[in-house]
Design a protein around this ligand. Structure first.
Ligand code: NAD
Length: 498
């Protein structure tokens, strides 16, 4: 049984609050450890460490800060295999998928290596007589990130790498369901040369989160998780004067036009709908074939593919997906499938009773496929976050465009078509933040920004890419007159550049 504490001041420290929670190995259902739940005092201790270390780090030139990121990349490359195994055991996703989780985080660290260039400000020579004007970006101080269970490597790296590269100190509050990888990432940063106190990991639940939201020394909070908590964190952080961006849940649609290559579309739906057991904020959970003929032909291709999905333990390299993260989550997903049946949707593949031989206590479910789902059903409106795909049949393109546009969530969406006009019209008009054209999971690369619209994102700036640099810095604008040829006498009217 592993005991996981916190990572404060450059080292692991045991929890002192007396509160802990168990975490599991989903593929066997066993409890594999206990993670400490921080008190307000423990959070405060991390903030004190961060606050003391931050000024010297901010004064370290950006090329040296970038070199720490580069060294981190070198070190993490050497232990990707062991890190992926740890991640798969705690989360439940397969090892190849766990490697992808690490890699998508690593790509943001690579982006952060460009910080000397990214932090460059603007300069105008001769903005007025003897006057130069320039802008500089300065770090905020101590900032925090609160992250979900489903990407325990990628999302912590999305948060801390740009923040630290900008010269901030960081408090990470990862998910209590899979705490091992974030703790190891913090250690690797120290091994890469990051000064103690610049990256701290405080494990915990609502108490630790509330302590972050109320702490006057934490200047910005980035959150990723479910929408109700995202909205709560955004409201409380901003009410306390902090900068915040909070990313929430999703219901991602994929539109299949009559001219689409249906084999390609069906394969894309299978990968994007059931990969990682559907526990991805960019998972496709709604397929929208346009027209009856498209819908019927698509169902003929989908049903055998869903029936033949290979569910397996996380360590089985041939498995398509592994178990769900906890028993409670598995039961919630199953109850949504029960609800869909009650609501009158047609359950054409039922994976509720799947049992994994030899792993009877693991949190497994087979793939489920619903046809004839209607927009008024709760299984359409709400995020299920499991291996369940709903097919909503649209009569025409306009109806297909309306469905994701009018849905409460607005994270990702995709269209499958061979018609450039339709694709272009869709990408322009759909009311969703990230769009794929013949790409089922349009997660932008590290040098673009990631963020959903509507109930999928609260706040003004996205994650990673140029927005991360804007989020983790404040802009100062300097107007200087040099040499100081100041006219005699006071000027009482506002200076202008006539
Ligand atoms: P969650 O909302 O339960 O937890 C997220 C974080 O909030 C965790 O660190 C958790 O400890 C904390 N938390 C939980 N309850 C809290 C409370 N009452 N008060 C304060 N803090 C609380 O989410 P999860 O189950 O870990 O992750 C899955 C969710 O995350 C899904 O909804 C998924 O769509 C979403 N997600 C969104 C994105 C995105 O970029 N939009 C990315 C990944 C996951």
């Amino acid at each position: 049984m592993r005991e996981v504490g916190h990572f404060i001041g450059g080292k692991q420290v045991p929890g002192k609050s007396g509160r802990t929670t168990e975490f599991f190995q989903p593929m066997t259902g066993e409890v594999i450890g206990r993670v400490a739940l921080a008190s307000r005092d423990e959070l405060r201790q991390a903030v004190e460490n961060a606050k003391a270390a931050q000024p010297a780090w901010a004064a370290t030139n950006p090329q040296r800060r970038a070199r720490v990121m580069m060294k981190f990349l070198e070190l993490i490359a050497k232990e990707t295999d062991s890190l992926a195994e740890l991640l798969a055991r705690e989360h439940g996703k397969t090892i190849p998928d766990a490697k992808g989780d690490i890699q998508r985080g690593v790509e943001v660290v690579e982006f952060a290596c460009g910080i000397p260039h990214l932090l460059k400000g603007e300069f105008t020579e001769g903005a007025g007589p003897g006057i130069d004007m320039y802008s500089i970006r300065q770090p905020l101080g101590v900032v925090a990130g609160i992250t979900p269970f489903n990407f325990p490597a990628m999302i912590p790296m999305w948060k801390f790498a740009p923040a630290i590269a900008c010269g901030n100190a960081f408090i990470l509050k990862p998910s209590e369901r899979d705490p091992g990888v974030p703790m190891r990432l913090a250690e690797i940063m120290i091994e890469a040369g990051l000064p103690a106190g610049i990256l701290n990991v405080v494990n915990g639940d609502k108490e630790a989160v509330d302590a972050i939201l109320d702490d006057p020394d934490i200047k910005a909070v980035g959150f990723v998780g479910s929408s109700p908590i995202a909205q709560y964190v955004y409201s409380r952080a901003t009410a306390n004067g902090k900068r915040a961006h909070c990313f929430g849940g999703a219901k991602n649609h994929m539109i299949i036009m009559p001219d689409a290559d249906l084999d390609q579309a069906a394969d894309a739906l299978i990968g994007a709908g059931y990969g990682s057991a559907g526990e991805r904020c960019m998972a496709v959970s709604v397929a929208v074939p346009v027209g009856k003929a498209t819908a019927d032909a698509l169902m003929d291709k989908l049903i055998p593919r869903v029936e033949n999905l290979k569910v397996g333990p996380s360590t089985d390299p041939s498995a398509d997906f592994g178990p769900l993260v906890t028993k409670a989550h598995m039961e919630k997903v199953r109850s949504y499938v029960d609800l869909g049946v009650q609501e009158g949707a047609k359950l054409v593949v039922d994976g509720r009773d799947f049992k994994m031989q030899g792993y009877e206590n693991g949190f497994y479910m087979g793939g489920c496929l619903f046809d004839e789902v209607r927009p008024d059903m709760r299984i359409y409106k709400e995020e299920i976050f499991g291996p369940v795909l709903s097919v909503v049949r649209a009569k025409n393109y306009d109806e297909a465009l309306r469905l994701p546009s009018e849905h409460e969530y607005g994270n990702g969406v995709a269209i499958y078509t061979r018609d450039g006009d339709a694709a272009r019209d869709f990408a322009s008009k759909v009311n969703v933040g990230m769009v794929g054209v013949n790409v089922p999971i349009p997660v932008p690369l590290a040098y673009y920004t990631f963020g959903g619209w509507k109930a999928s994102g609260f706040g003004d700036l996205n994650q990673h890419g140029p927005d991360a640099v804007r989020f983790y810095t404040k802009t100062k604008t300097v107007t200087s007159r040099w040499p100081s040829g100041i006219k005699e006498g006071a000027e009482f009217s506002i200076p202008t550049m006539r």
